[in-house]
Design a binder for this molecule. Structure first.
Ligand SMILES: [Zn+2]
Length: 239
């Protein structure tokens, strides 16, 4: 593991942490795509797009039901727990996550912005009512109007939730410490968050925790390379 100076949390009035698939690998959740990913591009096209949902909602449901089942079974790992502890001790902390597994909340985090929704909620495909908590893994119909249900997740070709994204914009402008954990930083718009902070938030410290070294042109981007579940529990200093 890389050597690093622990971060003195009280020096940063507002903290935000962007998390990606890498933080959940140690909990047994494989990333959808990329090295070690469970999905091919063809799977994505057939089961994870807005077009697929329109064509065959049950196929999309069935393709993701193992994700719901798995996410229900697994536990948060030391990286999720370290971030929950950070928020407990420093309440002006926000997690911006690309993950749909709900593990941050399971670890105890409360200020969680889910960019891509949550596999633990379902939503009517006619949007007749709000998304609701759901643990069923068999395909079923909207209890209100009978339309097919879908998971409350953002599929490819769908837009991100306006309210969530607006809140994220506010946070990126105001934060004093921005951390990026377990994301190869390749999927937009999350990929652009570091750029936004580095261009528009001159006071922010930027710390990236990732398995491999990433390329950033802003010299302010500090990198700690290694496993999030090993680094995060030692990263924050509270005195
Ligand atoms: Zn409905």
């Amino acid at each position: 593991m890389a050597e690093f100076e622990p971060i003195r949390v009280k020096d940063y009035p507002m903290i935000a942490v962007l998390t990606g698939a890498g933080i959940s690998v140690a909990s047994g959740i494989a990333p959808f795509r990329g090295p070690g990913g469970t999905w091919t591009e063809k799977d994505i096209e057939e089961c994870a797009t807005a077009r697929a949902l329109k064509k065959n909602p049950q196929k999309v449901w069935d393709a993701f039901s193992f994700v719901r089942e798995k996410s229900n079974k697994v536990d948060p790992n030391p990286a999720h727990k370290a971030l929950a502890e950070l928020e407990a001790k420093h309440p002006n902390t926000y997690i911006i996550t690309q993950n749909i597994d709900g593990l941050h909340q399971k670890a105890g985090s409360r200020n969680v912005l889910e960019m891509h929704g949550s596999i633990h909620r379902s939503q009517c495909t006619k949007y007749c009512s709000d998304p609701f908590d759901d643990t069923k893994k068999e395909f079923w119909k909207c209890p209100k109007c009978g339309a097919p249900l879908r998971y409350d997740i953002v599929l490819f070709e769908e837009s991100l939730d306006y309210n969530v994204m607006r809140k994220i914009d506010e946070i990126l402008n105001e934060l004093d410490l921005f951390m990026v954990v377990g994301t190869s930083n390749l999927v937009y718009p999350a990929a652009g968050f570091v750029d936004l902070v580095s261009r528009y938030n001159s006071k922010a410290r930027i710390v990236i925790v990732n398995l491999e070294k990433l390329h950033f042109t802003d010299p302010r981007c500090e990198q700690i390379n290694g496993k999030a579940e090993e680094i995060l529990p030692k990263l924050f200093k509270y005195d």
